[in-house]
Write a protein that binds this ligand. Sequence first.
Ligand code: MTE
Ligand code: MO
Length: 320
Amino acid sequence: MTYIKIPKGWEIPENRVTPESVYINRRKFIKDLGIVGAGAISLFSSTACAQDSRLLKQLKPFQEKTLDADKNEDFTVTRPLTDEIDAATFNNFYEFTSSKSTVWRRVEKFKTRPWEIEISGLVDKPMTIDIDDLIKQMPLEERIYRFRCVETWAMVVPWIGFPMKALLEKVQPKTEAKYVRMVTFLDRKVASQQNNTRLPWPYVEGLTLAEAMNDLTLLVVGIYGHILPPQHGAPIRLIVPWKYGFKSIKSIVSIELTDKKPRTFWNVLIPREYGFEANVNPNVPHPRWSQAREWLLPSRDRMYPTQIYNGYGEYVAHLY
Ligand SMILES: Nc1nc2c(c(=O)[nH]1)N[C@H]1C(S)=C(S)[C@@H](COP(=O)(O)O)O[C@H]1N2
Ligand SMILES: [Mo]
């Protein structure tokens, strides 16, 4: 998504290689901050980290709100899990900035509670509900999914959420409902890029009803064992792991059942490059780059072949 000029500094230095599957690797984080040196040992205590790092300080209130969720063992992967810090410092959230490595700094004033979400349109039982009330009602589970951005970066993270199907069953779609349209918040005071009127705000995404009802389709409220921090699209976002990342809309305020195919943010902006379906496919290049390979955060050295449907064909191939 290079429609918006991306500053050169966004690329991650090659020395940021993830050693292992741990949620937080404080030691590496300190190294990344460039504060390793004579006094480094003392900095490894968590108190010093909190003082010295804006990121850990920012993440802390979210990490403290742990979520109880059973791990769904059907969804594990062989690739190494991405470090929480790497996932939290490399984001796409165009409402705030087009510079991936600075999203986390720009979301500090973004208040993700209290928050209401409306489910409406062609349903028998429309509802508007506070996010924490919704979380209490839904069957939370943890799933480790591969995630693939259309720009070729990829990650492996443990999401916590519930199948979108469980929510749709509550509101009972009418038979005429064919699509699900989802909308992100609109607040120009908080999200500075929403003042850019060349972009079709608010961010909108959509799925067919069959895609929305698929077992893989998750409404996500947590990550790495705790509630979502703002850069990942708190307090509730979609995850559709067989589609390119832009389909996985963040910070949802509205879910509407409709009989019309929704006009989506990227498709309105650049229809030739970003379709409605957007399934991960190594054989269909983006008009400006190949989709044959992908690299795992945080290093461009870690290249993997792209898999059709991002490896989730057994769940979704029958839909197409
Ligand atoms: N509202 C909104 N949702 C969004 C985006 C965005 O800019 N705004 N970016 C999308 C893209 S392009 C990607 S790759 C993922 C990134 O999710 P992450 O930052 O949690 O990794 O969010 C998607 N959802
Ligand atoms: Mo993306």
